[in-house]
Design a protein around this ligand. Structure first.
Ligand code: TRP
Length: 328
């Protein structure tokens, strides 16, 4: 069975874009792949974050992953810091990554251009991500398209390592969800739906939003004056975004979604989208509340225990190849 690895960085509350772009595809992959998902709590602290808020977000993320149907019997779910080998391999990966490559990362460049002061951890974040990925020797890495460049970096490092020190790492492929890998903000459909959106309150549907609030956000989504429900990202980005959301939640194609609303006005179309979104949130929120603390802890414990043997073996192999080990 081919292996998948992906991380999630819950520095904010999970939203509909995360659900469609990341959570839903994971769950669909479970039948076909050995799915490994971890909560990237080290990546979470690369930018300043309030400890209480982080704690809440980590717990909520885990609960929502379970709620969407990630099954700990089929998949492996763990917390990044519960497997110490990852951070150690991360330091090694940073020593094998030229600064020139990190300077080219668009996420870093965009943040740097805002002028805010950045930690060195934020700068080297892609090298930790390289370790996150390579330590599992997985074939596939499902990510949002904003993370594709980081997976490319991991590929480069894996190839470079293999060439220099002998075949060690699997060179992994990024997997970008076809439908809905870029859900846009409801209030500004030229921007990605993101918790860091300044308009966040209006543009983002959080999985924890009350149904009333979620419905209101969908109903007030920015559209256009063309008045026809069709998929035209250029001229009707708002409608295209709502179609993407609808198609993803109904698990149908965009053309199928378009044909459902051929003669429907925007108001009716939005109501249909809101109904889908609210039906989803209702189920997720109910499940989210249903897990007790002991269960949550056992999921993380078992996940880390399952991953650790491979992580230890790979770290040892790497350190031996680099000539770092003394004890056998
Ligand atoms: N950087 C990713 C994000 O911001 C999260 C992440 C960390 C990740 N390590 C990973 C994703 C490894 C895939 C594989 O979304």
């Amino acid at each position: 069975m081919k292996k998948m690895i992906s991380g999630i960085k819950p520095t904010g509350q999970l939203h509909l874009g995360n659900y469609i772009g990341a959570l839903q595809p994971f769950v669909q992959s479970q039948e076909e792949f050995d799915v490994n998902v971890f909560i990237a709590n080290l990546h979470c602290i690369t930018m300043p974050i309030d400890p209480e808020e982080l704690q809440t977000n980590l717990r909520d993320a885990l609960r929502f992953y379970l709620a969407v149907g990630l099954d700990p019997k089929k998949s492996t779910i763990f917390l990044q810091t519960d497997v110490h080998e990852i951070a150690q391999l991360g330091f090694i990966m940073s020593c094998l990554t030229p600064m020139g490559e990190l300077n080219r990362m668009t996420q870093y460049k965009d943040k740097k251009d805002t002028g805010i002061s950045l930690s060195s951890g934020f700068y080297t974040y892609p090298t930790l991500m390289t370790a996150d990925i390579l330590i599992h020797k997985a074939q596939y890495v499902p990510v949002g398209d904003d993370q594709k460049q980081h997976v490319e970096l991991a590929r480069n490092t894996a190839e470079r390592f293999n060439n220099r020190f002998g075949d060690t790492f699997v060179v992994p492929e990024p997997v970008i969800a076809k439908v809905g890998s870029r859900i846009m903000s409801l209030s500004d459909p030229s921007k990605k739906m993101s918790k860091s959106d300044k308009d966040g309150e209006k543009g983002v549907v959080y999985l924890k939003d009350t149904l009333k609030v979620a419905r209101k956000k969908i109903m007030s989504a920015v559209t256009d004056s063309i008045g026809i429900v069709q998929y035209d990202v250029e001229n009707q980005p708002g409608i295209a975004n709502l179609l993407t959301i609808y198609a993803a939640l109904k698990k149908i194609s965009i053309p199928e979604a378009v044909s459902e609303f051929k003669d429907v006005q925007y108001g009716g179309f939005k109501k249909a989208v809101a109904d889908e979104v609210c039906a989803l949130l209702e189920v997720l929120q109910e499940k989210h509340q249903s897990y007790d603390e002991a269960y949550i802890e056992s999921v993380l414990q078992e996940g880390a225990d399952k991953v650790r043997p491979t992580a230890q073996a790979v770290l040892k192999e790497v350190q031996e190849k680099l000539g770092m080990e003394i004890l056998k």
